[in-house]
Design a protein around this ligand. Structure first.
Ligand code: ADP
Length: 492
């Protein structure tokens, strides 16, 4: 065990690392709609290397059942009281890559979509929160820290501390990680009242009320012992009204308990040296394979196969969060004035999808828009592109820019949240930096930054230096895991 951890533990009068149970709506590779799943899937593996017994509890979604049914072991079942409802909950156990995952089974709530939307989603996850707390005493594993993630699990600290007694109240510590503050689980007070029996004493701004609504994430911020988010910059951004979606009051009040820990990526999955999804491998010192990937990407997507043109790419959800309105504003100008190619892989808002389909038609052979989700193509885009555009309005952490850097594609980002914490802008006087960035959410600032990047592309020496810096950066999960381990110890 590291000396640092031994010292922290001895301050708490103990020798061993804490037991942790991560609670999450999704967990990669079992179920995934976004970065949350990656974090919950990867963190326990890295924590195991630090002697932390970290396990996961997550819904037994249909997608998991379809793939893993013959690998899970039934542990026990019970009935969850949810207002007048009396619902079956099974606890299944799965061992995956050395991590123990408990799956909460309910055909009623997890028989179809991971997120049903609207009221149905609130009911799904009220059930999950209650089932987790009721299951813990029988798991045969005693967590000391319950690590909740986002609004779907944010009611757990409040429920445990106001409705349960004994060990649940006295010994358990609650950490709430905010992956995206834009989603808060807002509803009328009748919902937590009916589904979870929350007493009307708690319907005030001290507890879970926000602008006249019940707010699950706020309840989590009030009752969790510690709160963290997924980058240091986002941790202070969400204390300001622009980013906080109304939660700056409570987050400023809890500032002493709020911190930011940057996520990492799975360096085994994203490794250009031996990525099975690439037509050629490469690394920092040997970039020939990257040129092969670029040619393959161009030919697969119907672009002119040229090595004398810079290729800018995006792999993204197509929403305003990701800066798509900026792209829509100045893509035509860039495509008309610059000798460049553009590749988009993504899906999302219909208006942005249609904009990109039309752009593909206008710039045939120079611009390709693949509307949809395609893991394999994503790897080729990272490997085959020269620049990776990510002009987010806000970005709690962002994994794509880190993956891009690992594949030698230089990020062009807006300085916000995790993008600010991971991308160092190119300094033409010192040669330092691993990408390009701009400060304001402004289409012309983005356009000018893209132009600067394209100009650098013509200078092979500068590009070599920047690619080297980008590929050298360590974005593995080990560093995040160490920060989480310290935070868990501090909570004991
Ligand atoms: P967010 O979680 O906000 O969508 P992140 O940058 O944290 O953004 O993570 C996005 C992840 O999803 C990355 O691994 C990215 O490669 C992947 N991804 C996003 N869109 C697509 C797509 N259309 N096809 C394949 N992978 C995608």
């Amino acid at each position: 065990m590291k000396k640092e951890f031994r010292e922290l533990l001895s301050e708490k009068g103990r020798k061993d690392m804490p037991n942790v149970l991560l609670v999450s709506a999704e967990c990669a590779p079992l179920s995934k709609t976004g970065g949350l799943a990656d974090v919950v899937g990867t963190l326990p593996k890295s924590l195991a290397g630090l002697s932390v017994d970290a396990r996961v509890i997550t819904p037994y979604h249909r997608v998991i059942k379809q793939k893993y049914a013959d690998k899970v072991e039934h542990m026990f079942h019970f009935y969850v009281d949810l207002g007048w409802r009396h619902e079956y909950a099974g606890i299944e156990k799965l061992e995956l890559d050395g991590v123990t995952i408990y799956l909460v089974d309910s055909e009623r709530y997890f028989g179809d979509k991971i997120y049903r939307g609207g009221y149905d989603e609130l009911e799904q996850y009220c059930f999950f929160c209650r089932a987790v707390l009721d299951a813990i005493p029988n798991l045969g594993f005693t967590p000391e820290v319950l690590h909740c993630n986002d609004w779907h699990t944010a009611m757990i600290p409040m429920l445990a501390r106001t409705q349960y007694h004994g060990a649940m109240q006295e010994n358990l510590r609650f950490l709430l990680t905010i992956h995206n503050i834009a989603f808060q689980g807002k509803c009328g007070f009748d919902v937590p009242g009916d589904l979870l029996g929350i007493h009307s004493d708690y319907y005030t701004s001290e507890f879970m009320e926000l602008y006249g609504c019940a707010d699950f994430l706020k309840a989590g911020c009030v009752f969790a012992h510690k709160i963290n988010t997924v980058s240091p910059s986002y941790a202070w951004e969400i204390r300001t009204p622009y980013f906080s979606e109304g939660l700056d009051g409570i987050l400023n009040a809890r500032a002493a308990d709020l911190s930011g820990i940057i996520n990492g990526i799975d360096k085994k999955v994203f490794n250009p040296r031996n990525d099975p999804l690439l037509p050629a491998k490469f690394d920092r010192g040997h970039l020939k394979g990257k040129a092969v990937c670029k040619a393959k990407l161009q030919s697969d997507l119907g672009l002119e196969v040229r090595d004398d043109v810079p290729l800018v790419a995006m792999v993204t959800r197509m929403t305003e969060q990701k800066g798509f309105d900026l792209v829509a504003c100045c893509l035509d100008e860039l495509m008309s004035h610059e000798d460049m190619q553009f590749v988009l892989l993504g899906s999302g808002d219909e208006r942005f999808e249609n904009f990109m389909r039309a752009a593909e038609y206008r710039y045939k052979g120079r611009l390709a828009a693949y509307i949809g989700y395609n893991e394999e193509l994503a790897h080729l885009v990272y490997a085959g592109s020269d620049f990776f555009l990510m002009p987010s309005r806000f970005e709690p952490c962002g994994l794509s820019q880190m993956i891009a850097m690992r594949y030698g594609s230089l990020p062009i980002v807006r300085e916000t949240g995790g993008l600010r914490d991971t991308v160092a802008p190119y300094n033409k006087y010192t040669g330092e930096g691993n990408g390009f960035s701009f400060a304001n959410y402004d289409a012309w600032e983005m356009r000018d930054t893209v132009k600067t990047a394209l100009a650098c592309w013509r200078d092979k020496e500068v590009m070599r230096g920047l690619i080297n810096n980008a590929m050298l950066a360590d974005f593995g999960f080990e560093l995040s895991a160490q920060e989480y381990a310290k935070l868990y110890i501090c909570m004991l």
